[in-house]
Design a protein. Structure first.
Length: 246
């Protein structure tokens, strides 16, 4: 069988989505760099669907190691990966799924000192973390760099998400001015799958200009009732992160 040229490979791999988004928009995906904070429950569906969609580069930062208790929801990792760094395990899985996508694995903790280096030239920041301290830092970085920030969180059978566009929408600190106490929360794997998939959809919508983004709205998903609600959210004039934006 003769080898296909690059254009034919692209056409064949993405032939079920190019009719929906267009060839130029597919190129927008392949030219984009997306930063994903976390390679766990949310990071697994986000990174998987973005890699399969043909994002040019995924930067995945996570300094944790795979534990057996992760495997009910973190499908970037397998039993053989227990004890391995999540960033590298995720990169191996994603590269096997789509070798045309560049995966930059960063096995570092996201801190005020490291975040600028880690985010690099990303077009979008995705929150796939499990703590408010890191979310506030990601939000501030997104506001400072004026790039979109896609927030997601899960607990039990429910989850939430919103899209933040600095300069036009409320930021994460507007919506959550105070963080709740940090605690370990139980979660069903499918919950992370739903919210992470929605986050990936938001990234694709933003990069291709399709549909309406979840800006100014906090999506609340209840898996037990199968219900999805929205809370309208607004900028706070007292927000210490974005209130001085021009």
């Amino acid at each position: 069988m003769p080898a296909m040229n690059d254009n034919k490979i692209v056409e064949e791999r993405y032939k079920r989505q190019i009719p929906l988004i267009g060839r130029e928009e597919q190129k927008n995906l392949s030219d984009a760099t997306v930063f994903i904070a976390g390679a766990g429950g949310l990071g697994s569906p986000v990174a998987t669907y973005l890699a399969l969609a043909g994002i040019g580069e995924l930067i995945i930062a996570d300094d944790d190691v795979v534990q057996l208790s992760n495997l009910n929801r973190q499908f970037l990792h397998a039993t053989k990966d227990v004890g391995s760094l999540k960033a590298y395990s995720a990169a191996n899985t994603l590269s096997a799924l789509n070798p045309d996508v560049t995966i930059s694995a960063i096995p570092k903790r996201i801190t005020a000192e490291t975040i600028s280096e880690i985010v690099h030239d990303a077009a979008v920041i995705v929150d796939a973390t499990d703590n408010f301290e890191t979310r506030y830092l990601l939000n501030k970085t997104a506001v400072d760099l004026q790039i979109p920030f896609i927030h997601g969180a899960v607990e039990g059978f429910s989850g939430q998400m919103t899209t933040i566009i600095p300069g036009s929408s409320p930021c994460f600190s507007c919506i959550f001015p105070h963080s709740p106490p940090q605690q370990s929360t139980p979660v069903i794997g499918a919950t992370a799958g739903v919210i992470g998939s929605l986050q990936a959809m938001e990234v694709i919508k933003y990069l291709t200009g399709k549909g309406d983004l979840l800006t100014g709205r906090l999506l609340i998903w209840d898996g037990l009732s199968g219900r999805c609600d929205y809370l309208n959210v607004a900028k706070r004039s007292t927000c210490t992160v974005c209130h001085q934006e021009k």
